[in-house]
Design a protein around this ligand. Structure first.
Ligand SMILES: *Cc1c(COP(=O)(O)O)cnc(C)c1O
Length: 399
């Protein structure tokens, strides 16, 4: 046997190549990863890397709901939704989520990743066309690829280019369905999709529209209902996907849509059908998180006010925060090695904000991604801005 092809050899080679390009990844063990301050290697760090944006993962009501569900209902759902895994609790959460999103119906998934890779292939397939923003989340890209529809990307948030794709599709493209797929808040740039324009184009060209509100639901729009609600385009959106794993502080995801769409997805989306239902602890905790959000919508405004505070502070220091307009504030570095260097210097200065490198972001666009939580204080963010300033000057990123 040719020893060169032994599996461990090729893995070693690929790992070395990743190291060389500063793209090697490893796990960081932290404690209290959803709190405004976390602990790592015995050091207390300001946490600018949690997606528990509203501070709900550790909320006493949410924890109590999970504990009560565990003691009453046990820890596992025991079966997939369509077998014996549907409980009153799940139907209650779906009804509440549909109401929250002012949609006809909602359907839970085990994760946002699974929702995206299941629902997109349910909407389009061979002979159809799917158009995606080039900076869409990896799970959307995977959903598009898995669908086996013709998949094309358009330049980030560029509606002129999107219109050209749609116009061309109508004359010479695949003759089937056409689907447009976009994040509403982009996860690594913190900017917004031009949703009103995209929705209008979808209507004009008779295309379906799938939006991913993972970083929008609970974070912006009226009462945290997301960018679709803020833009008033619900009628033009075929399916909106939101997660329970970010602002809502738990795990899992849900789609909202018209009743017919939900009935259809439930019958054909493989990542819904062939997996065990979310455990009762998660479902109960998500319900409690939704209660808190509906009772305290001011958390949403606070999140965006803190996002603006951090963004403006970093911009005043001379950092490039790209087109961020939300609680997600990237600091563009460019080179992956330098982004790693900056993240590690920030950690020494007491700030946990991780380097984001390709393939999560385009080549040459490595960055340190900072995101705020409603549970941060202004003093926390002043501390962060000072640390970014000191580190940025030392590394020559700002004057
Ligand atoms: C996090 C994320 C997902 C995946 O959601 P999970 O529940 O973590 O699987 C999907 N889309 C976007 C835009 C995300 O940021």
């Amino acid at each position: 046997m040719d020893k060169k092809n032994r599996p461990e050899r090729f893995m070693q080679r690929r790992l070395e190549a990743l190291h060389k390009r500063h793209l090697y990844r490893q796990l960081h063990v932290v404690a209290a990863g959803c709190d405004p301050w976390l602990e790592r290697d015995g050091q207390r760090l300001l946490n600018l890397s949690s997606n528990s944006y509203l501070g709900l993962a550790g909320h006493p009501d949410v924890k109590a709901a999970a504990a009560a569900a565990a003691s009453e209902l046990g820890c596992g759902a025991g079966a997939s939704r369509l077998i014996a895994g549907t409980s009153v609790l799940q139907i209650t959460l779906e009804t509440r989520l549909a109401h929250f999103k002012q949609a006809e119906a909602a359907l839970l998934f085990s994760s946002g990743y699974m929702a995206n890779i299941g629902v997109i292939p349910a909407l389009v397939g061979p002979g159809d066309l799917v158009l995606g923003d080039e900076l869409n989340h990896a799970s959307l890209i995977d959903g598009c690829r898995l669908s086996r529809a013709t998949y094309q990307t358009y330049p980030h948030t560029n509606v002129t280019a999107l219109e050209q794709h749609l116009a061309q599709a109508r004359t010479s493209g695949p003759q089937g369905q056409c689907l447009v797929v976009t994040d509403t808040v982009f996860s690594m740039d913190g900017d917004l999709a031009p949703l009103a324009d995209i929705a209008a184009l979808c209507q004009q060209y008779d295309a379906l529209l799938y939006v991913d509100e993972a970083h929008a639901t609970g974070c912006l729009g009226p009462g945290g209902r997301g960018l679709v609600a803020a833009t008033g385009v619900k009628e033009q959106v075929t399916v909106a996907m939101s997660t329970l794993s970010k602002a809502l502080g738990n795990a899992g995801a849900f789609i909202t849509a018209d009743q017919l769409v939900i009935e259809y997805v439930l019958n054909v989306a493989r990542s819904f059908i062939f997996t065990t239902a979310l455990p009762p602890t998660v479902v109960a905790a998500a319900l409690a998180a939704l209660d808190v959000l509906e009772r305290e919508p001011q958390r949403v405004e606070r999140l965006q006010a803190l996002g603006t505070f951090l963004r403006q502070g970093l911009q005043q220091l001379g950092f490039n925060t790209l087109a961020s307009a939300t609680h997600i504030v990237p600091v563009l570095v460019g080179d992956s090695a330098r982004a790693l260097e900056m993240a590690s210097a920030l950690q020494q200065a007491g700030v946990f904000a991780v380097a984001i490198r390709p393939p999560t972001v385009p080549l040459g666009a490595a960055r340190v991604r900072a995101s705020v939580m409603a549970s941060h204080t202004e003093e926390d963010l002043v501390f962060a801005i000072d640390a970014f300033g000191a580190v940025g000057r030392r590394l020559g990123l700002i004057a």
